[in-house]
Design a protein around this ligand. Structure first.
Ligand SMILES: [Zn+2]
Length: 162
């Protein structure tokens, strides 16, 4: 009995550690990520041979299109002129492990990721790739609109009215 209990407990251990490492995703972040996933942005992917990861290049801000030429320049970090350099600031690089269940270990070089260890680029990509599903409430804000502060409208309200 005691042996079984200790074994069960040991099995639970790795999960507990994993949980601590994972960032908490707020509803507002899910909403932004869902909108990002649904946006018509071009995303260019390159598998990394050295590590078991895939790099995704995402156009930043309001930019929707991205070309392979732009991404190649960005990867080399070699610019011919200042305009080229400025172009490179319009790209975010998202790295996801080549394993759907580990998407939360992904990273991005944008400022919100540095601050919060989670950003709409990583989560949005995971949504686009169907690695995760956002909570239904994240979808009830019109694309392009921001979630209003406070509690989201209860979707169950409609179900209760006869
Ligand atoms: Zn990001």
């Amino acid at each position: 009995m005691v042996r079984k209990w200790s074994r069960d407990r040991d099995e639970r251990q790795p999960k507990a550690i994993l949980f601590i490492n994972e960032p908490t995703i707020t509803l507002s972040k899910w909403t932004k990520s869902y909108q990002f996933a649904k946006s018509p942005k071009t995303i260019i992917e390159y598998a990394s041979k050295a590590t078991d990861e895939i790099n995704y290049y995402v156009p930043a801000g309001a930019i929707e299109k991205l070309t392979k030429t732009q991404v190649n320049k960005y990867k080399k970090q070699k610019w011919n002129n200042f305009d080229d350099y400025k172009e490179s600031l319009k790209i975010w690089k998202v790295t996801l492990p080549n394993n759907p269940s580990l998407w939360k270990k992904g990273s991005c070089n944008c400022s919100s990721f540095f601050k919060e260890f989670a950003c709409k680029h990583v989560i949005g990509l995971a949504i686009r790739l169907k690695y995760c599903t956002p909570p239904p409430a994240a979808k009830d804000v019109k694309i392009g609109e921001k979630r209003k502060r406070g509690r989201p409208k209860k979707a169950t309200k409609a179900l209760l009215t006869k």
